[in-house]
Design a binder for this molecule. Structure first.
Ligand code: MGD
Ligand code: MGD
Ligand code: MO
Length: 772
């Protein structure tokens, strides 16, 4: 897989391949005959097509060429402004932009204090241990502003990362040192995957990835006789290599299905009582609920069938097949990115416990296995280069997905993890390395929220909707235009990322921008510690080199490392982590939960008194409940052709669009009743908004469900009345901005309800990639 797509203006000389890294794979690139050529890492058995977004992206018109300030801000100064996102921009010099921004930062810091700055800056940014934009912005705000209000948790795992410490303990251990792909290939008899383990997802790892092993591991497992069972609305959530049986189920009902599986096990005496007694607490309490002793409703297969859309016989049969086998229960991140998202995660742990499988090689609870390529892998045995972020003088934070609530309701109370907290009063929002108009829900509400602040600053390489809503757009380099060190803690490759192109227009590295801003705040030295970029790379490399040397391994000095193609770091044993040790001896190696055991009932969570997350896993109703006037489930999942919104204008992403729009998938029967044909343009709508998309009809999706991936750049047209319509296909105009529960307040963007119709109007052009 080696393509040449992009023509440079100059037909400069052919260059050698230089090594580089990205969240979607390690690669090397060179210029040849005026074109950028991208080649995957030679050790990668299954390279990611997303690499082919690079060539056309490098010099695309959607790049930002020079600093810009919103006209309203420039003329009237800071303050709330509903024109944000609809106003003109004025190109300015770097000197003017930084002088004005430096003054504004000083005004907010000195007048309101750093607690009026929101610097959460959530987002995936680019690979590279030094230029990681979120680390840079946090370091800048800490050293030059005295701190900032941060965000906690992620859009990925908002519910699970808060729940898991209460019920299983260490979240990192559960996801990253538990059941590996090696164990699946060698030991699992049956993998029951709720939400699947789609290869498109596991081809991504934050920081970079040199070997995509998931396809091969599933093929090896299957060849050995392992069965894969997929529960969910989309057949494509497991690859052909898994040879999976597909149990098509209603989205948002997995908790009911898992309850019924456990009910069947208990009713037929197939559950592992010895395991439950020794390793868990609270089973008796949960069992009363399961059997209907607390509410007169046994959670049996007959009860679950109409809720889940899975026939009772299928549920009973599946439960019987699970008993006595080496079973791995996988729950994808997506299940908890929905209302009551804590419940399927908790219930997955209960199911794996009832089967007595937790802590066995290839068995137990593989939460999020397959969602990202750093799960199910070995951990590196030396520290990775990491930029220190400094000390944050502000203790306040919000759960990350509550941003619009925070901006719209300063001073309002909200519940989170057993506390009643208060939203801070934010004046200035600083974003580098994320795209809220990609990641957040109910984008019209987000627009209203951003209209409330005094100043919104965005560093971007592309003219995303977030940049278009900013007051300051500061153009930054993209990864191919700067030097860095590539790697992540669960991939062996450490690679020098050498630049292949000059910065686009006047783009500058985030680091250089922050250094000059820190200067204007009298804090340059504190931010830079007097180091150039290259000196930082050497400095950050040193702990890794020293650890290698200490272990008696080859430990190349920085110059040697920098001149080479990268090398493999040592990795830890695939030892099953804490759960394996806990199984071996629960008294000597207790879990880090209040009881030291798996908590099937949590006294702590029960004491919070939240109806939206009681003391044991429970069916709280469907996460999503379609009814007129929005009778379809919308699954807004991760896109196959890019990472989130990144390089949506790249070749691989653009090739998959239909008439320039994102493509939705729906069942032919749902299309037929609406007079929709394959290849039409459709309008998806609900009470929050509307968007256009191309449509592909397929029987590989459950009837009653429509799927539209995230990541098409928000491209709103303002209507004469009503809500703006995104003409490009961004599903977050439709999703609801509500937390998973009062426990975790996680993102619920995966599911919502919509109606769909054939779009017959004049097709508006896509303007999302146009220059300002
Ligand atoms: N409806 C719905 N919404 C979802 C989800 C869902 O399932 N459904 N999933 C959610 C999940 S799991 C996640 S993680 C989020 C992802 O949300 P984000 O992480 O915000 O999405 P990205 O598109 O990766 O945004 C990264 C941005 O950083 C910019 N960038 C790249 N490199 C650099 C750099 O070096 N410097 C600077 N300054 N900028 C850079 C890119 O151009 C891009 O705009 O989305 C969430 N949103
Ligand atoms: N190509 C690509 N890969 C990615 C990303 C990307 O943007 N692009 N993003 C990465 C990131 S940041 C993250 S956090 C992970 C996210 O990992 P996930 O959240 O697991 O990924 P999704 O693709 O959003 O969802 C997986 C599948 O879950 C199914 N599903 C949705 N709702 C339900 C439900 O209620 N029940 C059941 N049983 N199934 C359901 C959908 O059919 C969907 O295809 O992906 C990572 N991988
Ligand atoms: Mo994520």
């Amino acid at each position: 897989m080696s393509t040449t797509l992009f023509s440079r203006d100059d037909t400069g000389p052919e260059t050698d391949f230089v090594p580089h890294n990205s969240h979607w794979g390690a690669f090397s690139a060179r210029w040849k005959e005026g074109r950028l050529e991208v080649r995957p890492h030679p050790a990668d058995p299954d390279p990611n097509g997303i690499l082919q977004n690079f060539p056309a992206a490098l010099r695309h018109r959607a790049r930002v060429a020079q600093p810009m300030i919103r006209r309203g801000w420039l003329e009237q100064g800071p303050g709330p402004d509903p024109r944000r996102g609809r106003d003109e921009f004025v190109p300015v010099s770097w000197g003017k932009a930084l002088d004005l921004l430096g003054g504004e930062l000083a005004r907010v810091r000195d007048g309101h204090g750093p607690g009026a700055v929101f610097g959460g800056s959530y987002g995936w940014s680019s690979a590279g241990r030094f230029h990681h934009a979120q680390s840079q912005v946090h370091r800048f705000l800490n050293t030059a502003m005295g701190g900032y209000v941060r965000s906690v948790n992620s859009y990925s795992s908002g519910a699970s990362s808060v729940l898991v410490p209460h019920i299983i303990g260490d979240y990192e251990d559960l996801t990253k040192r538990n059941v590996s792909w090696e164990q699946v290939a060698e030991h699992s008899d049956l993998v029951l995957a709720f939400g699947g383990m789609a290869l498109k997802n596991s081809m991504i790892a934050g920081g970079g990835i040199s070997r995509h092993v998931e396809r091969g591991a599933m093929a090896r497992a299957r060849a050995r006789g392992c069965e894969f069972v997929l529960v969910g609305p989309l057949r494509a959530d497991l690859p052909d290599e898994a040879g999976a049986e597909w149990i098509s189920s209603e989205p948002g009902t997995d908790t009911a299905l898992m309850l019924a599986l456990v009910h069947t096990l208990v009713a037929e005496g197939l559950h592992d009582r010895a395991f439950l007694d020794r390793y868990t607490v609270g089973w008796a309490m949960f069992e009363r609920y399961l059997l209907g002793e607390t509410d007169n409703q046994p959670k049996d297969a007959a009860w679950a069938a109409p809720l889940t859309g899975v026939p009772a016989e299928t549920i009973v049969d599946l439960a019987r097949r699970l008993a006595g086998k080496r079973v791995l229960v996988v729950v994808s991140h997506s299940l908890q990115r929905a209302r009551f998202g804590e419940q399927p995660v908790w219930m997955g742990a209960v199911l794996a416990s009832a089967l007595g499988q937790i802590g066995l090689p290839g068995g137990g609870f593989g939460y999020a296995l397959g969602a990202i390529a750093y799960y199910g892998r070995r951990t590196n045995a030396v520290p990775m280069p990491t930029l220190p972020q400094g000390r944050n003088g502000i203790r306040d934070y919000i759960p990350v997905a509550r941003i619009a609530d925070m901006l719209l309701h300063p001073g309002a109370p909200y519940r989170y993890n057993g506390e009643t907290r208060t939203y801070p009063d934010i004046r200035l929002v600083y974003w580098a390395g994320g795209n809220p108009f990609h990641h957040h829900q109910d984008l019209d509400r987000l627009r209203q929220a951003f209209a409330r602040v005094d100043t919104l600053v965005v560093h971007e390489l592309g003219l995303t909707a977030t940049a278009r809503h900013a007051d300051f757009i500061l153009p930054c380099t993209m990864t191919l235009e700067r030097e860095d060190i590539g790697g992540n803690t669960h991939d062996p490759l450490l690679v020098p990322m050498r630049p292949v192109a000059e910065p686009f227009g006047e783009a500058r590295d985030d680091y250089a921008i922050f250094a000059d801003l820190a200067e204007r705040l009298g804090r340059r030295e504190a931010f830079t510690e007097g180091r150039t970029t290259r000196q930082w790379l050497e400095h950050l490399y040193e702990p890794t080199r020293a650890a290698l040397k200490e272990q008696g391994l080859p430990a190349p000095d920085f110059e040697t490392f920098w001149a080479g193609d990268g090398f493999d770091l040592p990795q830890q044993a695939d030892d099953g982590g804490r759960l394996r040790a806990f199984r071996a001896d629960p008294d000597q190696a207790p879990l880090v939960t209040p009881s030291g055991r798996i908590e099937i009932f949590s006294e702590t969570i029960a004491s919070f008194g939240e109806a939206t997350c009681p003391g044991h896993a429970a069916w709280l109703g469907p996460a999503n409940c379609p009814s007129a006037p929005a009778p379809l489930h919308l699954v807004a999942n991760q896109p196959a052709t890019r990472l989130h919104s990144q390089l949506d204008f790249g070749g691989h992403s653009m090739d998959a669009k239909h008439r320039d729009r994102e493509v939705a998938r729906m069942h032919p029967a749902d299309a037929a009743v609406r007079g929709i044909a394959d290849g039409d343009i459709i309008r998806l709508f609900n009470e929050r908004g509307a968007c256009l998309a191309g449509v592909h009809l397929t029987e590989d999706i459950r009837q009653g469900v429509i799927q539209l991936p995230t990541g098409a750049w928000y491209d709103p047209v303002d209507p004469v009345e009503g809500k703006p319509m995104c003409v490009h296909g961004n599903p977050n105009v439709l999703t609801q901005d509500v937390g998973t529960s009062n426990l975790a307040q996680g993102c619920t963007g995966q599911l919502t309800t919509v109606e769909v119709e054939r779009f017959t109007g004049n097709l508006p052009p896509i303007r999302a990639f146009d220059p300002l």
